[in-house]
Write a protein that binds this ligand. Structure first.
Ligand code: FES
Length: 495
């Protein structure tokens, strides 16, 4: 029996199987709802308003909301969608370089949350078109561990189909005027496994062994893609994927003797280049900086509060696209916490201080600091932020300490990723996400994965270099590092 689901405010209608999970029915019809906890029922991000009809297995709260990850549909219903995932931004610094081939190629960066792609003229190196979209696997959890868990529950082929279908859609949207000769893919190691339909389960458990890390080559036909050849760029380990190896490759073009590379995504990936040797690690920062574990958090899409500042004595903010504010994204979160710290509305432990003399204290109500009538930062959100910032800064310090490198020896730090591109670096240093010493040495490089893939597409020697990087990187494992554990506890506080 088919069930009809009417969706407001779009007025669209989709069908579900009797007893199907509402979140799955919506995902099949390309309504992508955030599902940060992967359907455990703990994050509350997947809630929708039930306007008509009944569902099984999910309680309706006092405002009429249900968790779509729990609700099973058994009769026709009408729902109101609050919050759909929107596609992120794909900004990166273009490195000008001629190509050695003819035809057109596609660079594809498969992030856990966002996918970025560019169409490239392989002869003159020009980027003809760039687009970004959301990884449709996001309905199975915000981080790689949730996706791995979904695979262990029999969803591997479904996850592969989702990403292959999305790649086909992206290729169509890039509107190539001839057949694409080469598609190069960079991603974290788990996403690469899912792209090929290879079981990533061993990545999720000690000793974290991926089924492959080396470069892989296929015909488009073998993967069901409308391109001649597909190349998956090489990773270095289970948690240092080809997104890092190509990112490091692209940053070599900025020079610098001793440099740090940090990508503040769901996995905080950090690489240290020192005296010609590259060391790398990955730290579980979680999706907080992408807004996922924050009560009013959201990704960097239309309507997200992306900057918070004091102007003429008033607390002000901007939103992406100047749209009405509907939540707060990573860069806004960093600014807001910097403000709360400066105003001493939070103390060095991160706790709200009801006795602060700040004139903004009236915006603090029941352990929530309100920035609009309904967008706030809670005490729990601040704790989540502390966990994320501590994971990244402790990862960075451990990498330096384990290799006997002093922070003063670092001459550049490349901050990769969408958040890195838009955040206020001074504020990131102020809240301890980056060491203060590096505040004048930080260079935001945006999507370094895409720029590195592009280099590999254009020149054979770049492809050779990335393979060398992947083979020679020394991986520093943080799980059992005493230094990391100590630094993690230490960095939890605000200075
Ligand atoms: S509560 Fe439904 S996905 Fe987290």
């Amino acid at each position: 029996m088919e069930i009809k689901i009417t969706i407001l405010p779009s007025g669209g209608q989709i069908t579900a199987f009797c007893g199907e999970r509402l979140l799955d029915a919506l995902a099949r019809a390309k309504y992508l709802i955030p599902a940060s906890c992967g359907g455990k029922g703990t994050c509350g991000k997947c809630k929708v308003k039930l306007l008509r009809g009944k569902v099984d297995n999910a309680e309706v709260d006092k405002d009429g909301y249900i968790l779509s990850c729990k609700a099973l549909v058994k009769e026709d219903i009408t729902i109101y969608l609050l919050n759909q995932l929107g596609s992120g931004l794909t900004q990166f610094e273009e490195i000008q370089m001629d190509g050695e081939k003819i035809g057109i190629g596609v660079a594809l960066d498969i992030g856990t949350t966002t996918i970025g792609a560019c169409l490239i003229d392989l002869k003159n190196g020009k980027t003809l078109k760039k687009i970004s979209s959301l990884n449709p696997q996001a309905v199975y959890g915000a981080d790689v561990l949730s996706r791995i868990k979904a695979c262990s529950e029999g969803k591997l082929s479904l996850l592969q189909k989702l990403i292959i279908d999305e790649t086909k859609r992206i290729i169509l949207q890039l509107e190539p005027n001839e057949k694409i000769s080469e598609l190069y893919v960079g991603a974290n190691t788990t996403m690469l496994h899912l792209f090929l339909g290879v079981d990533p389960t061993a990545i999720g458990v000690y000793p974290f062994t991926p089924a492959f890390t080396c470069e892989r080559n296929f015909t488009g036909k073998e993967l069901g893609l409308p391109v001649e050849r597909v190349k998956l760029l090489p990773s270095a380990s289970a948690y240092v994927g080809s997104d890092v190896t190509v990112g490091v490759l692209s940053c070599l073009n900025y020079g610098g003797n001793n440099t740090l590379f940090v990508d503040m995504g769901t996995n905080g990936e950090i690489a240290l280049s020192y005296n010609g040797q590259i060391y790398a690690t990955s730290t579980a920062a979680g999706p907080t900086l992408e807004g996922a574990c924050i009560e009013c958090g959201m990704g960097g899409v239309s309507g997200a509060i992306d900057k918070v500042f004091v102007k003429e004595g008033n607390l002000e903010f901007t939103t992406i696209d100047n749209a009405l504010p509907i939540g707060i994204c990573g860069s806004g979160l960093i600014d807001l916490i910097t403000f709360l710290k400066k105003e001493q509305i939070i103390d060095e432990t991160g706790a709200f201080d009801d006795l602060s003399s700040s004139r903004f204290l009236s915006q603090l109500k029941e352990d929530k600091f309100y920035i609009t009538d309904d967008i706030y930062l809670s005490q729990k959100d601040i704790r989540q932020f502390q966990l994320a910032k501590s994971a990244i800064s402790a990862g960075m310090e451990t990498l330096l300490l384990e290799n006997d490198v002093k922070i003063e020896e670092i001459d550049k730090v490349f901050v990769a990723g969408g958040l890195g591109y838009f955040m206020n670096v001074q504020n990131a240093c102020e809240v301890g996400l980056l060491p203060k010493y590096l505040k004048d040495k930080a260079i935001a490089v945006g999507n370094s994965c895409l720029s590195g893939i592009k280099l590999c597409l254009l020149q054979q020697n770049q492809l050779y270099k990335v393979n060398e990087i992947a083979k020679s990187i020394k991986i520093i494992e943080l799980s059992f590092s005493k230094v990391f554990q100590d630094k993690y506890v230490e960095n939890m506080m605000f200075e």
